[in-house]
Design a binder for this molecule. Structure first.
Ligand code: PLP
Length: 378
């Protein structure tokens, strides 16, 4: 077979205002272009220890077991479940969108006994309903929910849901893929036990890494498992041979070849978040959201979610019947270089999703998006 002769790929310039990934800062891209060294090199090891400290800051936790999995957010999700659940364990999944539904499917595949607490899409998970469900299922081992549901743009009250779960003795798995870096998240204060996120949204790194953190109670639950974790790659006990448990010192041994340059990028993205400060980042997201909502209202467009539960970083816009949402997105991309997202699941065709995540959340980007939408709707 002759060798194909092809030009290098030259991606077009885009402004990423979809549900993720968000714009990656040149500083992060430059970090990723630095020379690759060995993943067991002592200098790389030092960088990983800094990365863990930076992640603890982002998650607001002192959890020793805090690191980044070498895979996207879905592996973060799956890792939390496969490590905390044994066959037969009762798990309540609070589902109010696509990602809660995925959690439920993973519980089924782990052989857990699933109790599905479904909430209408566009509404936050109701703590009172969780309380009632827990009372009816007193032997629940784990309660799981999504803090920021990307399919709808809804924020659930992670602090209160965790409080309710703990009163009944259950551990908490919390999805923070769309919340980390963009809205307040306090892993320790809210007592979240197993928490996962992703690199490509509020952290504005490239996709493909999943930061995770586990409380002492979660670690204890994993230690007391009767059966080994069914997945080899996701077994926390084995992964720790590389990352270290944060307690017994770091003696790194080979588990898999770490994505070295991607981890340089995450380190730089987290440094940028620390330089800005979490509170400042959260305020920037909120200010951009308010600017967007005011502009959308001027265009006669409204949001799906009631203001009290809205995520500033993911705005689900109701599309009037007279408007072809696919054409709108196409016009924005082709004429203004702006990517926004389509509706998902039951909201497909009826909504648009405008992300203001991480470095994409700037007043200039909001203005450009409103300008593009105004032109496309005219
Ligand atoms: N959970 C939520 C809330 C998400 O929004 C996403 C991705 O959009 C995921 C999990 C999965 O993350 P990834 O696509 O990085 O695997």
């Amino acid at each position: 077979m002759p060798a194909p002769s092809l030009p290098a790929f030259a991606p077009p310039r885009r402004i990423l205002l979809g549900p993720g990934p968000s714009d990656v800062h040149p500083r992060v891209l430059a970090a990723m272009a630095r020379p690759t060294i060995g993943h067991l090199d002592p200098d790389f090891s030092d960088m990983l220890e800094q990365l863990k400290a930076l992640l603890r800051y982002a998650f607001q936790t002192d959890n020793a077991l805090t690191f980044a999995l070498s895979a996207p957010g879905m592996i973060g999700m799956e890792t939390c479940f496969v490590n905390l659940i044994e066959p037969g364990d009762k798990v309540i999944v609070c589902s109010n969108g696509v990602f809660g539904a995925r959690m439920a499917e993973i519980v089924r595949r782990c052989g857990g006994e699933l109790v599905l607490l479904e909430t209408e899409w566009g509404k936050p998970v109701d703590a009172q309903q969780l309380e009632l469900t827990l009372r009816a299922n007193a032997d629940t081992r784990v309660v799981a929910f999504v803090h920021a549901e990307t399919s709808t743009g809804v924020r659930s009250d992670a602090r209160v849901l965790a409080e309710v779960a703990h009163r009944q003795g259950a551990l908490v798995i919390c999805d923070t893929v769309t919340s980390l870096g963009s809205i307040p998240l306090y892993v320790d204060d809210w007592q979240l036990d197993a928490v996962y996120s992703a690199s490509q949204k509020g952290l504005s790194c490239t996709p493909g890494l999943s930061p995770v953190t586990f409380s002492a109670a979660a670690v204890e639950r994993i230690r007391q498992r009767k059966q080994p974790v069914q997945s080899w790659f996701m077994d926390i006990n084995l992964i720790l041979s590389y990352w270290g448990d944060g307690v017994s010192g770091v003696k790194r041994t080979y588990h898999h070849t770490a994505p070295i340059n991607a981890l340089y990028g995450l380190h730089e993205a987290l440094r940028m978040l620390a330089e800005e400060g979490l509170q400042a980042s959260w305020q920037r997201h909120q200010a951009c959201h308010e600017q967007l909502v005011a502009g959308l209202e001027r265009l006669g467009l409204h949001l799906l979610v009631a203001s009290a539960a809205r995520l500033p970083q993911l705005n689900t816009v109701l599309v009037p019947d007279s408007v072809d949402e696919a054409r709108l997105r196409h016009d924005l991309l082709s004429q203004h270089g702006i990517e926004i997202g389509a509706g998902l699941g039951v909201l497909a065709g009826k909504t648009l999703r405008i992300g203001l995540m991480g470095g994409s959340a700037t007043p200039q980007n909001v203005a450009a998006c409103l300008h593009g939408l105004g032109a496309a709707l005219a």
